[in-house]
Write a protein that binds this ligand. Structure first.
Ligand code: MG
Length: 449
């Protein structure tokens, strides 16, 4: 009992606890007690069924500090995360860059330069930043060099104007408990042809845009690759004039509804040929888009450059790319006008910062892709605050009823008037509400066990 009490008094958990209540009065003496070592003791995972599989990784330490990160969903992801645990045991989580390199080298055969290994590493890296910040009593953005802004501007992804879907790890529609019965199973899978009347209509786009504007968002994004825009053949990437006209009607309805003061982006999800998406960009010019996203498949830099060099709208891409090397060529050749790395996938905060700094040198802004729970979203917000060339951060879950409830320790709702006020608490600055997370946990997956 005595030993346990002494151990608690000397622990990081106690220092963080008392520092948060009595500030520097106890912070300074506590620091004298600080150990030179902090060790990782466990890595645990949990998956929550949001509109995607929100995959969490928790890093635990011998001092009682726990860090939380989120990974972009992928088949078999929690198995990969657990395979990486032995590499982290006993390591100091504050050696963020060294641990990244260790994980990267250990998975170089399986992951090499890209792939879902980096989804796992991104979540782990975010979790150790969280531990690091808590151990020093400072927010993550301080560790990244400080902040350029107190608030992070958010854009609402409005999908195809329809009711929200929930997709599993291979993009099949599924019926989680929180989706109303009548909205379920519109499509068998994301890429399947539509049966019956296409749900995407100018009227639906207009209504969705007005609803999100009323919530205070000053930037919106809509999908262009919606049912009714497949052209004559669903597989050849080509578009008919009728399909292009439908896109113009959809975006035109939104612009007409919200006016020119709202920023408006459009997403193609890498579906089209360069020659035909150039026609789309020209047809959409009157609507003054903020960006046109992923017009062509992400693996072809030449196709991307061909589009970017022949249209007036800025081209955005990046959510499929990994590491700095994945971005270098498109940035230095200006094949992209807005870079959209996904921080739950790209390799982590340090990699994203490297990308942002290089992009800044090319005068290219950063608008991170984000389909996360509040954990991943707030991790991204810490990054967005710490880079000069931040443009917008995505929010993809406005219809998930428990999105805000998943975290504690931050004013609710998390997004107010289209912005996130950055928490000033140590590390990530919020705690996961495990009661809520457990309620919506994916069956068959461990829940921090
Ligand atoms: Mg996209």
């Amino acid at each position: 009992m005595v030993l346990a009490t002494v151990r608690y008094i000397l622990s990081e958990r106690a220092r963080t606890h008392w520092r948060s209540r009595y500030g520097v009065i106890v912070a300074c003496p506590c620091r004298l007690w600080a150990r030179n070592q902090l060790k990782i003791t466990r890595l645990k995972t949990a998956v929550v069924e949001g509109n995607f599989d929100w995959t969490f990784v928790r890093i635990e330490t011998d001092e009682g500090i726990q860090g939380l990160g989120e990974c972009f969903f992928a088949p078999g992801l929690t198995s990969i995360l657990r395979s990486l645990e032995p590499l982290l045991m006993g390591e100091d989580p504050r050696d963020v860059h060294r641990l990244f390199r260790k994980l990267q080298l250990a998975t170089s055969g399986a992951g090499s330069v890209a792939g879902i290994i980096y989804n796992a590493i991104s979540g782990i890296e975010a979790a150790v930043w969280d531990v690091f910040g808590q151990s020093l009593g400072v927010p993550i953005y301080r560790l990244l060099g400080g902040k350029f802004r107190d608030q992070v501007r958010i854009y609402a992804d409005c999908h195809g104007g329809e009711a929200l879907e929930s997709l599993d790890e291979v993009l099949r529609s599924r019926p989680p408990s929180w989706i109303r019965q009548k909205a379920r199973h519109r499509r068998k899978d994301y890429y399947a042809p539509t049966e019956g009347e296409p749900p995407a209509s100018p009227k639906a786009y207009r209504a969705r845009a007005l609803a999100m504007k009323a919530q205070g968002y000053s930037a919106l994004k809509f999908d262009l690759d919606v049912p009714g825009t497949e052209g004559f053949d669903a597989h050849n990437r080509c578009l008919s004039n009728r399909a292009i006209d439908h896109m113009v009607n959809l975006i035109g309805a939104v612009r007409d509804a919200v006016g020119n003061e709202i920023d408006l982006a459009a997403d193609c999800h890498w579906r089209y040929s360069a020659s035909d998406v150039i026609k789309v960009a020209h047809a959409l010019e009157p609507f003054r888009l903020l960006w046109l996203e992923d017009p062509v498949p992400p693996e072809s830099v030449e196709a991307l450059r061909a589009v970017a060099s022949r249209v007036k709208v800025p081209i955005a891409t990046g959510e499929n790319l990994f590491l700095f090397e994945g971005f270098r060529e498109i940035l230095e050749t200006h094949a992209v006008g807005v870079a959209t790395p996904d921080l739950q996938k790209v390799g982590g905060l340090s990699i994203a910062r490297q990308i942002a700094e290089f992009a800044d040198g090319q005068t290219i802004p950063i608008a991170p892709h984000n389909i996360s729970s509040p954990i991943g979203t707030l991790t991204s917000a810490q990054f967005c605050a710490a880079i000069p060339n931040f443009l917008l951060l995505e929010f993809h879950a406005s219809e998930v009823p428990f999105w805000n409830d998943l975290v504690e320790g931050i004013p609710q709702p998390i997004i107010q008037k289209g912005r996130i006020c950055l928490p000033d608490k140590p590390g990530l600055g919020v705690r996961l509400n495990e009661k809520v997370a457990r309620k919506y946990a994916r069956k068959g997956e461990p829940f921090f066990e």
